[in-house]
Design a protein around this ligand. Structure first.
Ligand SMILES: [Zn+2]
Length: 400
Protein backbone atom coordinates (compact mmCIF):
# COMPACT_ATOMS: atom_id res chain seq x y z
CA UNK A 1 0.00 0.00 0.00
CA UNK A 2 1.33 3.44 -0.96
CA UNK A 3 1.19 6.14 1.71
CA UNK A 4 -1.26 8.96 0.99
CA UNK A 5 1.36 11.75 0.97
CA UNK A 6 3.59 9.72 -1.36
CA UNK A 7 0.71 9.22 -3.81
CA UNK A 8 -0.05 12.93 -3.68
CA UNK A 9 3.55 13.88 -4.31
CA UNK A 10 3.76 11.48 -7.31
CA UNK A 11 0.50 12.82 -8.71
CA UNK A 12 1.75 16.40 -8.29
CA UNK A 13 4.82 15.58 -10.39
CA UNK A 14 2.54 14.83 -13.36
CA UNK A 15 0.38 17.89 -12.71
CA UNK A 16 3.47 20.07 -12.62
CA UNK A 17 4.75 18.56 -15.84
CA UNK A 18 1.35 19.35 -17.38
CA UNK A 19 1.62 22.98 -16.31
CA UNK A 20 5.16 23.08 -17.70
CA UNK A 21 4.06 21.47 -20.94
CA UNK A 22 1.41 24.12 -21.56
CA UNK A 23 3.20 27.09 -19.99
CA UNK A 24 6.60 26.20 -21.42
CA UNK A 25 5.35 25.66 -24.97
CA UNK A 26 6.66 28.99 -26.33
CA UNK A 27 10.01 28.57 -24.53
CA UNK A 28 10.93 24.88 -24.17
CA UNK A 29 14.12 25.75 -22.28
CA UNK A 30 12.06 27.01 -19.30
CA UNK A 31 10.33 23.67 -19.40
CA UNK A 32 13.61 21.84 -19.08
CA UNK A 33 14.93 24.05 -16.27
CA UNK A 34 11.77 23.70 -14.17
CA UNK A 35 11.68 19.93 -14.68
CA UNK A 36 15.30 19.52 -13.60
CA UNK A 37 14.75 21.69 -10.51
CA UNK A 38 11.68 19.64 -9.62
CA UNK A 39 13.57 16.39 -10.20
CA UNK A 40 16.34 17.36 -7.79
CA UNK A 41 13.73 18.42 -5.25
CA UNK A 42 12.02 15.03 -5.45
CA UNK A 43 15.28 13.08 -5.36
CA UNK A 44 15.24 12.68 -1.61
CA UNK A 45 11.54 11.83 -1.37
CA UNK A 46 10.06 8.34 -0.95
CA UNK A 47 10.65 5.75 -3.73
CA UNK A 48 7.13 5.90 -5.24
CA UNK A 49 7.08 9.67 -5.73
CA UNK A 50 10.74 9.72 -6.78
CA UNK A 51 10.12 7.11 -9.48
CA UNK A 52 7.11 9.02 -10.87
CA UNK A 53 8.87 12.40 -10.78
CA UNK A 54 11.61 10.80 -12.87
CA UNK A 55 9.09 9.35 -15.33
CA UNK A 56 7.46 12.79 -15.73
CA UNK A 57 10.92 14.34 -16.33
CA UNK A 58 12.01 11.74 -18.91
CA UNK A 59 8.70 12.23 -20.75
CA UNK A 60 9.43 15.97 -20.91
CA UNK A 61 13.02 15.48 -22.02
CA UNK A 62 11.91 13.53 -25.08
CA UNK A 63 9.73 16.43 -26.23
CA UNK A 64 12.16 19.28 -25.61
CA UNK A 65 14.41 18.82 -28.68
CA UNK A 66 11.35 18.32 -30.89
CA UNK A 67 9.54 21.40 -29.55
CA UNK A 68 12.71 23.52 -29.56
CA UNK A 69 13.48 22.67 -33.18
CA UNK A 70 9.96 23.65 -34.18
CA UNK A 71 10.26 26.90 -32.24
CA UNK A 72 13.52 27.73 -33.99
CA UNK A 73 12.03 26.91 -37.42
CA UNK A 74 9.02 29.13 -36.65
CA UNK A 75 11.26 32.07 -35.72
CA UNK A 76 13.25 31.57 -38.96
CA UNK A 77 9.97 31.51 -40.86
CA UNK A 78 8.78 34.77 -39.27
CA UNK A 79 12.07 36.45 -40.15
CA UNK A 80 11.81 35.23 -43.73
CA UNK A 81 14.85 32.94 -43.42
CA UNK A 82 12.92 29.81 -44.35
CA UNK A 83 9.79 28.92 -46.29
CA UNK A 84 6.63 27.20 -45.20
CA UNK A 85 7.62 23.81 -46.61
CA UNK A 86 6.64 20.15 -46.26
CA UNK A 87 9.35 19.56 -43.65
CA UNK A 88 8.02 22.30 -41.38
CA UNK A 89 4.38 21.17 -41.63
CA UNK A 90 5.28 17.48 -41.12
CA UNK A 91 7.46 18.28 -38.12
CA UNK A 92 4.72 20.45 -36.61
CA UNK A 93 2.08 17.72 -36.99
CA UNK A 94 4.27 15.06 -35.32
CA UNK A 95 5.08 17.55 -32.56
CA UNK A 96 1.40 18.30 -31.93
CA UNK A 97 0.63 14.55 -31.84
CA UNK A 98 3.40 13.88 -29.31
CA UNK A 99 2.44 16.81 -27.11
CA UNK A 100 -1.21 15.72 -27.07
CA UNK A 101 -0.15 12.15 -26.23
CA UNK A 102 2.01 13.47 -23.41
CA UNK A 103 -0.86 15.63 -22.18
CA UNK A 104 -3.30 12.69 -22.03
CA UNK A 105 -0.69 10.36 -20.49
CA UNK A 106 0.13 12.97 -17.82
CA UNK A 107 -3.53 13.55 -16.89
CA UNK A 108 -4.08 9.80 -16.68
CA UNK A 109 -0.91 9.30 -14.58
CA UNK A 110 -1.79 12.20 -12.27
CA UNK A 111 -5.24 10.69 -11.54
CA UNK A 112 -4.08 7.09 -11.16
CA UNK A 113 -0.96 7.74 -9.04
CA UNK A 114 -3.16 9.82 -6.68
CA UNK A 115 -5.07 6.55 -6.13
CA UNK A 116 -1.77 4.77 -5.44
CA UNK A 117 -1.67 2.96 -8.81
CA UNK A 118 1.76 2.50 -10.38
CA UNK A 119 1.44 3.89 -13.94
CA UNK A 120 4.21 2.71 -16.25
CA UNK A 121 4.58 4.57 -19.56
CA UNK A 122 5.36 2.47 -22.60
CA UNK A 123 9.06 2.56 -23.52
CA UNK A 124 9.75 5.33 -20.97
CA UNK A 125 9.35 3.27 -17.76
CA UNK A 126 12.39 1.03 -18.56
CA UNK A 127 14.57 4.17 -18.84
CA UNK A 128 13.35 5.27 -15.39
CA UNK A 129 14.09 1.83 -13.94
CA UNK A 130 17.64 1.96 -15.28
CA UNK A 131 18.19 5.57 -14.16
CA UNK A 132 17.10 4.77 -10.61
CA UNK A 133 19.04 1.49 -10.46
CA UNK A 134 15.94 -0.71 -10.29
CA UNK A 135 16.97 -2.58 -13.44
CA UNK A 136 20.19 -2.91 -15.42
CA UNK A 137 20.72 -0.81 -18.59
CA UNK A 138 21.36 -4.04 -20.50
CA UNK A 139 17.81 -5.14 -19.77
CA UNK A 140 16.25 -1.72 -20.29
CA UNK A 141 18.03 -0.49 -23.40
CA UNK A 142 15.93 -2.36 -25.97
CA UNK A 143 12.47 -1.24 -24.78
CA UNK A 144 13.94 2.20 -24.09
CA UNK A 145 15.01 2.84 -27.69
CA UNK A 146 11.62 1.83 -29.12
CA UNK A 147 10.08 5.28 -28.47
CA UNK A 148 12.90 7.34 -30.05
CA UNK A 149 12.93 5.00 -33.06
CA UNK A 150 9.15 5.36 -33.49
CA UNK A 151 9.50 9.16 -33.27
CA UNK A 152 12.34 9.24 -35.84
CA UNK A 153 10.38 7.01 -38.25
CA UNK A 154 7.25 9.16 -37.79
CA UNK A 155 9.30 12.33 -38.45
CA UNK A 156 11.00 10.86 -41.52
CA UNK A 157 7.64 9.81 -42.97
CA UNK A 158 5.60 12.89 -42.07
CA UNK A 159 8.16 15.43 -43.26
CA UNK A 160 8.19 13.79 -46.72
CA UNK A 161 4.47 14.12 -47.37
CA UNK A 162 3.72 17.00 -49.80
CA UNK A 163 1.66 18.95 -47.25
CA UNK A 164 1.97 22.29 -48.99
CA UNK A 165 0.31 20.66 -52.02
CA UNK A 166 -2.33 19.06 -49.82
CA UNK A 167 -3.21 22.41 -48.27
CA UNK A 168 -3.01 24.20 -51.65
CA UNK A 169 -0.62 26.81 -50.28
CA UNK A 170 1.43 26.61 -53.46
CA UNK A 171 -1.64 27.29 -55.59
CA UNK A 172 -2.53 30.35 -53.54
CA UNK A 173 1.04 31.63 -53.73
CA UNK A 174 1.10 31.01 -57.47
CA UNK A 175 -2.12 33.00 -57.89
CA UNK A 176 -0.73 35.88 -55.82
CA UNK A 177 2.42 35.93 -57.88
CA UNK A 178 0.49 35.87 -61.15
CA UNK A 179 -1.60 38.81 -59.90
CA UNK A 180 1.54 40.78 -59.01
CA UNK A 181 3.01 40.08 -62.45
CA UNK A 182 -0.20 41.38 -64.05
CA UNK A 183 -0.12 44.52 -61.91
CA UNK A 184 3.49 45.26 -62.84
CA UNK A 185 2.73 44.59 -66.50
CA UNK A 186 -0.30 46.94 -66.50
CA UNK A 187 1.56 49.58 -64.54
CA UNK A 188 4.49 49.59 -66.96
CA UNK A 189 2.28 49.46 -70.06
CA UNK A 190 0.29 52.48 -68.91
CA UNK A 191 3.49 54.37 -68.10
CA UNK A 192 3.95 57.17 -70.67
CA UNK A 193 7.62 57.34 -69.73
CA UNK A 194 8.43 53.99 -71.32
CA UNK A 195 10.23 54.09 -74.66
CA UNK A 196 8.68 51.68 -77.16
CA UNK A 197 11.15 51.06 -79.91
CA UNK A 198 11.85 47.51 -81.11
CA UNK A 199 15.32 48.44 -82.38
CA UNK A 200 16.49 49.93 -79.07
CA UNK A 201 14.88 47.14 -77.09
CA UNK A 202 16.72 44.62 -79.26
CA UNK A 203 20.03 46.35 -78.51
CA UNK A 204 19.53 46.10 -74.73
CA UNK A 205 18.33 42.54 -75.18
CA UNK A 206 21.56 41.77 -77.02
CA UNK A 207 23.60 42.92 -74.02
CA UNK A 208 21.41 40.88 -71.66
CA UNK A 209 21.63 37.93 -74.07
CA UNK A 210 25.43 37.92 -73.83
CA UNK A 211 25.16 37.36 -70.06
CA UNK A 212 22.35 34.79 -70.31
CA UNK A 213 24.19 32.77 -72.96
CA UNK A 214 27.53 32.98 -71.15
CA UNK A 215 26.12 32.06 -67.76
CA UNK A 216 23.58 29.59 -69.25
CA UNK A 217 20.59 31.37 -67.68
CA UNK A 218 17.02 31.05 -68.93
CA UNK A 219 16.19 34.66 -69.80
CA UNK A 220 13.19 34.39 -72.15
CA UNK A 221 10.89 35.54 -69.32
CA UNK A 222 12.71 38.82 -68.76
CA UNK A 223 11.38 42.02 -70.27
CA UNK A 224 13.41 45.18 -70.66
CA UNK A 225 11.81 48.60 -70.25
CA UNK A 226 13.74 51.66 -71.36
CA UNK A 227 12.40 54.68 -69.47
CA UNK A 228 12.73 58.40 -70.34
CA UNK A 229 14.09 59.22 -66.91
CA UNK A 230 17.37 61.05 -66.56
CA UNK A 231 18.11 59.70 -63.07
CA UNK A 232 21.10 57.36 -63.31
CA UNK A 233 19.34 54.19 -62.19
CA UNK A 234 18.16 50.70 -63.08
CA UNK A 235 15.86 48.33 -61.21
CA UNK A 236 14.26 44.91 -61.33
CA UNK A 237 10.57 44.53 -60.61
CA UNK A 238 8.62 41.33 -59.86
CA UNK A 239 7.72 39.23 -62.87
CA UNK A 240 11.11 39.66 -64.56
CA UNK A 241 10.77 43.33 -65.58
CA UNK A 242 14.10 45.12 -65.79
CA UNK A 243 13.87 48.91 -65.83
CA UNK A 244 16.71 50.84 -67.48
CA UNK A 245 16.64 54.63 -67.22
CA UNK A 246 17.89 56.72 -70.14
CA UNK A 247 20.07 58.58 -67.62
CA UNK A 248 21.95 55.37 -66.89
CA UNK A 249 22.66 54.76 -70.57
CA UNK A 250 24.04 58.31 -71.02
CA UNK A 251 26.17 58.08 -67.86
CA UNK A 252 27.68 54.68 -68.73
CA UNK A 253 31.16 55.01 -70.30
CA UNK A 254 30.54 52.06 -72.64
CA UNK A 255 28.32 49.04 -73.35
CA UNK A 256 30.40 46.82 -71.02
CA UNK A 257 29.60 49.04 -68.01
CA UNK A 258 25.88 49.04 -68.83
CA UNK A 259 25.97 45.26 -69.30
CA UNK A 260 27.54 45.01 -65.82
CA UNK A 261 24.62 46.93 -64.33
CA UNK A 262 22.19 44.67 -66.23
CA UNK A 263 23.98 41.58 -64.87
CA UNK A 264 23.73 43.02 -61.35
CA UNK A 265 19.97 43.63 -61.73
CA UNK A 266 19.50 40.19 -63.27
CA UNK A 267 21.23 38.69 -60.21
CA UNK A 268 18.72 40.41 -57.90
CA UNK A 269 15.92 38.67 -59.82
CA UNK A 270 17.63 35.28 -60.17
CA UNK A 271 18.61 35.12 -56.48
CA UNK A 272 15.06 35.90 -55.25
CA UNK A 273 15.99 39.34 -53.85
CA UNK A 274 13.18 41.07 -55.75
CA UNK A 275 10.58 38.85 -54.17
CA UNK A 276 11.87 39.30 -50.63
CA UNK A 277 12.13 43.09 -51.07
CA UNK A 278 8.59 43.18 -52.41
CA UNK A 279 7.26 41.23 -49.44
CA UNK A 280 9.24 43.35 -46.97
CA UNK A 281 8.43 46.77 -48.41
CA UNK A 282 4.97 46.39 -49.80
CA UNK A 283 3.43 43.15 -48.56
CA UNK A 284 1.17 40.85 -50.52
CA UNK A 285 -1.98 42.00 -48.73
CA UNK A 286 -1.49 45.59 -49.90
CA UNK A 287 -0.94 44.45 -53.46
CA UNK A 288 -4.12 42.39 -53.52
CA UNK A 289 -6.32 45.47 -53.20
CA UNK A 290 -4.35 47.72 -55.54
CA UNK A 291 -5.15 48.98 -59.03
CA UNK A 292 -2.57 49.53 -61.75
CA UNK A 293 -2.18 53.25 -60.97
CA UNK A 294 -1.49 52.70 -57.28
CA UNK A 295 0.73 49.77 -58.16
CA UNK A 296 2.89 52.04 -60.32
CA UNK A 297 3.43 54.37 -57.34
CA UNK A 298 4.30 51.42 -55.12
CA UNK A 299 6.76 50.06 -57.64
CA UNK A 300 8.32 53.52 -58.12
CA UNK A 301 8.87 53.53 -54.36
CA UNK A 302 10.36 50.06 -54.61
CA UNK A 303 12.83 51.23 -57.24
CA UNK A 304 14.07 53.98 -54.91
CA UNK A 305 14.67 51.59 -52.00
CA UNK A 306 17.84 49.63 -51.59
CA UNK A 307 18.40 45.95 -50.94
CA UNK A 308 20.37 44.97 -47.88
CA UNK A 309 24.16 44.89 -48.08
CA UNK A 310 24.43 41.10 -48.27
CA UNK A 311 22.11 41.01 -51.26
CA UNK A 312 24.10 43.78 -52.95
CA UNK A 313 27.39 41.91 -52.47
CA UNK A 314 25.78 38.71 -53.72
CA UNK A 315 24.45 40.51 -56.82
CA UNK A 316 27.89 42.04 -57.49
CA UNK A 317 29.64 38.69 -57.18
CA UNK A 318 27.15 37.02 -59.53
CA UNK A 319 27.43 39.92 -61.99
CA UNK A 320 31.24 39.66 -62.19
CA UNK A 321 31.17 35.87 -62.56
CA UNK A 322 28.56 36.09 -65.32
CA UNK A 323 30.45 38.86 -67.13
CA UNK A 324 33.60 36.70 -67.06
CA UNK A 325 31.65 33.68 -68.31
CA UNK A 326 30.25 35.82 -71.10
CA UNK A 327 33.76 37.03 -72.01
CA UNK A 328 33.02 40.67 -71.08
CA UNK A 329 35.61 42.67 -69.15
CA UNK A 330 34.18 43.65 -65.72
CA UNK A 331 36.75 46.46 -65.30
CA UNK A 332 34.53 49.02 -67.01
CA UNK A 333 31.60 48.11 -64.71
CA UNK A 334 33.86 48.49 -61.65
CA UNK A 335 35.19 51.88 -62.83
CA UNK A 336 31.66 53.06 -63.53
CA UNK A 337 30.65 52.23 -59.95
CA UNK A 338 33.75 53.92 -58.55
CA UNK A 339 33.03 57.07 -60.59
CA UNK A 340 29.59 57.29 -58.95
CA UNK A 341 30.96 56.92 -55.43
CA UNK A 342 30.54 59.55 -52.76
CA UNK A 343 32.77 62.52 -53.57
CA UNK A 344 33.37 61.23 -57.08
CA UNK A 345 33.43 63.44 -60.13
CA UNK A 346 29.72 62.91 -60.84
CA UNK A 347 26.99 64.15 -58.50
CA UNK A 348 25.65 61.41 -56.23
CA UNK A 349 23.29 59.45 -58.45
CA UNK A 350 20.20 57.42 -57.62
CA UNK A 351 22.13 54.25 -58.38
CA UNK A 352 24.86 55.23 -55.92
CA UNK A 353 22.27 56.30 -53.35
CA UNK A 354 20.56 52.89 -53.40
CA UNK A 355 23.94 51.17 -53.73
CA UNK A 356 26.17 52.68 -51.05
CA UNK A 357 29.91 52.10 -50.83
CA UNK A 358 30.46 52.13 -54.60
CA UNK A 359 34.22 52.50 -54.29
CA UNK A 360 34.50 49.50 -52.02
CA UNK A 361 32.26 47.53 -54.39
CA UNK A 362 34.44 48.47 -57.34
CA UNK A 363 37.56 47.16 -55.58
CA UNK A 364 35.83 43.89 -54.72
CA UNK A 365 34.81 43.47 -58.36
CA UNK A 366 38.36 44.08 -59.62
CA UNK A 367 39.60 41.53 -57.04
CA UNK A 368 37.40 38.88 -58.58
CA UNK A 369 38.97 39.14 -62.02
CA UNK A 370 41.50 36.29 -62.36
CA UNK A 371 45.18 37.07 -63.02
CA UNK A 372 44.91 35.33 -66.38
CA UNK A 373 41.50 36.47 -67.62
CA UNK A 374 39.75 34.94 -70.66
CA UNK A 375 39.77 36.78 -73.97
CA UNK A 376 37.31 39.64 -73.72
CA UNK A 377 34.91 40.83 -76.42
CA UNK A 378 33.02 44.10 -76.01
CA UNK A 379 29.29 43.74 -75.24
CA UNK A 380 28.45 45.86 -78.30
CA UNK A 381 30.57 47.22 -81.12
CA UNK A 382 31.44 50.93 -80.83
CA UNK A 383 29.03 51.72 -83.72
CA UNK A 384 26.17 49.79 -82.11
CA UNK A 385 26.73 51.58 -78.79
CA UNK A 386 26.89 55.07 -80.36
CA UNK A 387 23.86 54.37 -82.58
CA UNK A 388 21.88 53.19 -79.57
CA UNK A 389 22.73 56.29 -77.52
CA UNK A 390 21.82 58.60 -80.44
CA UNK A 391 18.43 56.93 -80.98
CA UNK A 392 17.67 57.10 -77.28
CA UNK A 393 18.79 60.73 -77.07
CA UNK A 394 16.49 61.61 -80.00
CA UNK A 395 13.50 59.89 -78.31
CA UNK A 396 14.12 61.63 -74.99
CA UNK A 397 14.50 65.12 -76.56
CA UNK A 398 11.44 64.56 -78.73
CA UNK A 399 9.31 63.82 -75.65
CA UNK A 400 10.40 67.02 -73.89
ZN1 LIG B 1 21.60 46.22 -56.42
Amino acid sequence: MIADDEAESASNAYLLSLVLLVGGAPLPILNLLASVIFFFGARRSAPFSRWHSTQALVGQLLLIPINSTFMWMTISLLFGRRELDDFYVGWGLVMIGLNVAELIASIYAAVRTRQGVDVRWWSIAPIVDALLGKASWAKSILPAVVMPVVIVVAMAGMTRIPWTGVFHTEKVEGRLEAKIDDLVEDALDSDQQTVRDPQMEATVRKMLGRICDGARLECAEYRIHLVRDMAVNAATLPGGHIIVNAGLVFAAPDADALTGVLAHELAHAERGHVRSKLLREIGLSVLMGTNAEQALLLFRRMVSLSYDRNMESEADRAAVDWLLEAGINPTSFANFLASMADGGSLPLTALARTHPGSEERALKILDRIPAKPPTFTAALTAEEWEGFKQSLSATVTQAQ
